[in-house]
Design a protein around this ligand. Structure first.
Ligand code: ZN
Length: 273
């Protein structure tokens, strides 16, 4: 699996550094001014590394997102105050107006008193939002790491892991596209083989929210293309090794762990970053 990911080059940048985290946010159109509005309850990425995302007006229709590390305490505080999701409302730095998210989704009551929304329900083979959907997904930060050799005080060479955050470069975006294409070429086959989820979300109190609040109707839609590609590849490679019954159990435990940690609903923990 590792070999395949390296061969595809989907996690390695031009310097040979390996990405170990990709941060995505939802993006919507501000109903008040029409600007494309990235959504997050805080723009602090790492409290330890003092890393923040700064929204900068692109002068035409939305915001560039600039990643800065090692910033001052005031900048850190400002990044928190620039939250674009606050108590169930959006807040737009361009027009300074707030809109309830329920209004964005066009929430309403159905005939039987059930809550419905106006979001487009995603189809079975869809794994990406459409450009005209209320909520799109945007990659806004990548964390890379590499090993650095250094001469220790006792005269021995040692190595330490250096991690850094950066604004996605054009090459990062090319790699995102490549991931989407690689997945698209395997999607139906992998769904049929069960390497990636293929079932509809049954309606329950909690699960109904996924459709109402996100438009997701199938379990695989809880994952973005990069997550689906890596999960599918993991199962595909593992099963191709003719595993024993016991090994299959380990594979399933592995994939369960991946799925719990690595979904679009997982929240980034800035305390530990
Ligand atoms: Zn606005």
């Amino acid at each position: 699996m590792e070999k395949q990911v390296l061969e595809w080059g989907i996690e390695t940048n031009e310097k040979g550094h390996r990405a170990n985290s990709y941060l995505y946010c939802a993006e919507t159109d501000c109903p008040e001014c029409g600007y494309k509005l990235p959504l997050s309850p805080s723009w602090i990425i790492g409290k330890g590394t003092k890393t923040i995302a700064v929204l900068k007006d692109n002068g035409k229709d939305g915001f560039d997102i600039e990643i800065q590390s090692g910033v001052s305490d005031e900048a850190l505080k400002r990044a928190d105050e620039m939250a674009t999701v606050r108590d169930g409302n959006t807040w737009c730095p361009q027009c300074k107006k707030s809109v309830p998210i329920t209004v964005l989704r066009k929430d309403r009551k159905g005939d039987n008193g059930e809550m419905l929304s106006g979001l487009r329900p995603w189809g079975k083979t869809e794994f990406l939002p459409r450009p005209d959907d209320v909520f799109r997904e945007r990659l806004y930060c990548v964390r890379y790491e590499y090993e650095e050799q250094y001469l220790a005080s006792n005269g021995e060479w040692k190595s330490k892991t250096i991690r850094y955050y950066q604004t996605p470069t054009p090459q990062d975006m090319v790699r995102e596209k490549k991931v989407e294409q690689l997945l698209a070429g395997r999607f139906v086959d992998w769904q049929n083989k069960g390497f990636i989820p293929n079932t509809e979300i049954e309606t329950g109190l909690e699960t109904a929210r996924l459709t109402r609040e996100r438009g997701w109707r199938y379990w695989h839609q809880l994952f973005n293309p990069r997550q689906l590609l890596v999960h599918g590849l993991f199962i595909n490679k593992a099963l191709s090794l003719n595993p024993s019954r016991q090994e299959v159990i380990l594979i399933l435990l592995g994939i369960n762990k991946l799925s719990n940690w690595n979904t679009k609903l997982s929240r980034w923990n800035s305390d530990a970053a």
